[in-house]
Design a protein around this ligand. Structure first.
Ligand code: PHB
Length: 391
C-alpha cells in the first residue's frame, strides 16, 4: 500500500491506498477523512487512520474494480471552521465520494451542511452527540451516542448499591448528552444526583472540582470526558485527593478508560466501572482478527481504541456501499444501502437504524482489571439492542 504525506499550510494532507495524483477520477472511489491529526486530539485522527489501514490490510484496496483512495485532512481541532473548509475543498476540488472521520462533535456539526448540500454520504466514525444525525439526511453513524452508553451506566449503578452521585462532564454536546441521560435514568431508578459539574473542553482544571466532589460525599462520581489525556488527569486528582479512601467510586462511559491510554493509566484506574460499545478485551473471532490486522498495519500503533473500531466499521460500510452500487457512488443510493446495514463489528453485531441512521448495538458493562499483567476493560454484563435515546 502506498502511503505519502505532504505538508500543506496548517493542515497535514496525506493520501494512502493509492496516489491521488496518478489516479484518474473514474478509477477510484475517494474517501475524504476529516479529523484532528495534530493538537490535543491528535490521537483521534491517528486511531481512525490506524483502523482504516487495518481494514484495508484485511480486505484489500479494491472494490468493484476500483481503488479505494483515502485523502487525509487534519483539522488541528477542535476546529469547526477548518473542518468545514476542508470538507468544502474535498467535495469541490478533490471530488470525494464519501466524507468520513469526525472525532469531535463541533467538527461533525460544521460539516453536516456541506454533506447535505453536496449530497455526499458522511460516515461518522466517532462524534457522539445524539443530535448530529438529524443535521443532514446524508449522515450515518457507526460509532455510538452518549445517551446510548450513559443510560445503561445509570441503570447498572442504581441496581448495584449506588444511591447518591455527583456527575462531572465536559461542557459541550456529548458531555451534556451524557449528563442528561445519566440523570434521567438514575433519578428514574430512585437515585439522587447531588451536584452536576461541567468542565471546559479545552485545558480543564480538575483539582477544584475533585475537592467539591469529596466534600459532597457521594457513593460515586459519574464522569464523561473525551477520550485521551483528560481521563488520566482526572484519575490522578481522584487518587491524590483520597477520594477512593473516602469510599467514593468512579463510574462513567468508556471514554474515561479509553483502551489506547489505559495501559499508561497505571493502577490508579483499576476497579473503575464503565459502560461502552467496545473493549479491546472483547472475546470474539472478529475482534481477534481486528487486533491482529491493526497490529500488522500499525507496528507502532499501540492498543487500538473505539475510534479505530469506528473507522474500521466505517470502512466496512463504505466497502459494502461501493460493492452494492458497483463502484458508482450516488448519495441517495448510498444512503439507501446504509439504512438498515448490518456489520459484524469487532465489538459485536451492529446495525444502522433505517429511520435515524444511527447505530444500534450492545452496550457492555466493564470493569478495569489486570489480565495477564496488562490492564483491560473486562466486560461482565450487557444491554442488548441499544438505540440512541437522546433524540
Ligand atoms: C465528541 O466530540 O463527540 C466526542 C469526543 C470524544 C469522545 C466522545 C465523543 O470520547
Amino acid at each position: 500500500m502506498k502511503f505519502t504525506k505532504i505538508l500543506q499550510s496548517a493542515a497535514t494532507i496525506g493520501v494512502f491506498g493509492f496516489s491521488a495524483f496518478a489516479a484518474q477520477a473514474q478509477e477510484t472511489i475517494k474517501v475524504g477523512l476529516i479529523a484532528a491529526f495534530s493538537g490535543p486530539f491528535a490521537d483521534y485522527g491517528k486511531q481512525m487512520e490506524g483502523g482504516i489501514k487495518a481494514y484495508m490490510k484485511q480486505h484489500g484496496d479494491k472494490v468493484a474494480g476500483k481503488k479505494i483512495e483515502i485523502i487525509i485532512r487534519d483539522t488541528t481541532g477542535p476546529s469547526p471552521e477548518i473542518a468545514k473548509r476542508l470538507a468544502q475543498e474535498l467535495v469541490v476540488r478533490d471530488k470525494v465520494d464519501f466524507l468520513a472521520g469526525f472525532g469531535l462533535t463541533p467538527e461533525a456539526l460544521a460539516v453536516a451542511p456541506v454533506a447535505e448540500q453536496a449530497k455526499k454520504p458522511m460516515i461518522i466514525m466517532n462524534a457522539a452527540t445524539s443530535i448530529i444525525t438529524t443535521k443532514s439526511n446524508y449522515i450515518a453513524r457507526v460509532s455510538m451516542t452518549l445517551p446510548q452508553v450513559s443510560g445503561p451506566m445509570a441503570i447498572w449503578a442504581g441496581k448495584n448499591g449506588i444511591k447518591r452521585v455527583v456527575t462531572l462532564v465536559t461542557d459541550y454536546g456529548p458531555g451534556i448528552d451524557a449528563e442528561t441521560a445519566f440523570k434521567t435514568n438514575f433519578i428514574g431508578g430512585g437515585g439522587q444526583v447531588l451536584e452536576s459539574i461541567r468542565v471546559p473542553l479545552r485545558n480543564p482544571e480538575f483539582a477544584p472540582f475533585i475537592q467539591r466532589i469529596k466534600d459532597a460525599k457521594p457513593d460515586a462520581v459519574f464522569i464523561f470526558v473525551p477520550a485521551g489525556e483528560q481521563g488520566i488527569a482526572f484519575m490522578k486528582g481522584y487518587r491524590e485527593r483520597g477520594l477512593a479512601e473516602a469510599g467514593i467510586r468512579v463510574i462513567g462511559t468508556g471514554d474515561l478508560t479509553d483502551d489506547h491510554v489505559l495501559p499508561v493509566m497505571g493502577d490508579a484506574i483499576l476497579g473503575v466501572i464503565t459502560t461502552f460499545h467496545y473493549s479491546a478485551a472483547h472475546d470474539s473471532p472478529e475482534n481477534k482478527a481486528f487486533l491482529k490486522s491493526f497490529a500488522d498495519a500499525n507496528p507502532n500503533g499501540g492498543r487500538p481504541n473505539f475510534m479505530a473500531v469506528g473507522a474500521y466499521d466505517g470502512m466496512a460500510a463504505i466497502y459494502e456501499v461501493s460493492r452494492r452500487l458497483n463502484g458508482k457512488i450516488d448519495g441517495d443510493k448510498a444512503m439507501a444501502v446504509l439504512k438498515g446495514l448490518k456489520i459484524n463489528s469487532p465489538r459485536g453485531p451492529i446495525m444502522i437504524d433505517p429511520v435515524t441512521r444511527d447505530v444500534v448495538q450492545t452496550v457492555y458493562v466493564r470493569k478495569v482489571e489486570k489480565v495477564g499483567g496488562e490492564v483491560y476493560n473486562v466486560e461482565f454484563d450487557k444491554f442488548a439492542n441499544m438505540k440512541d435515546t437522546g433524540k
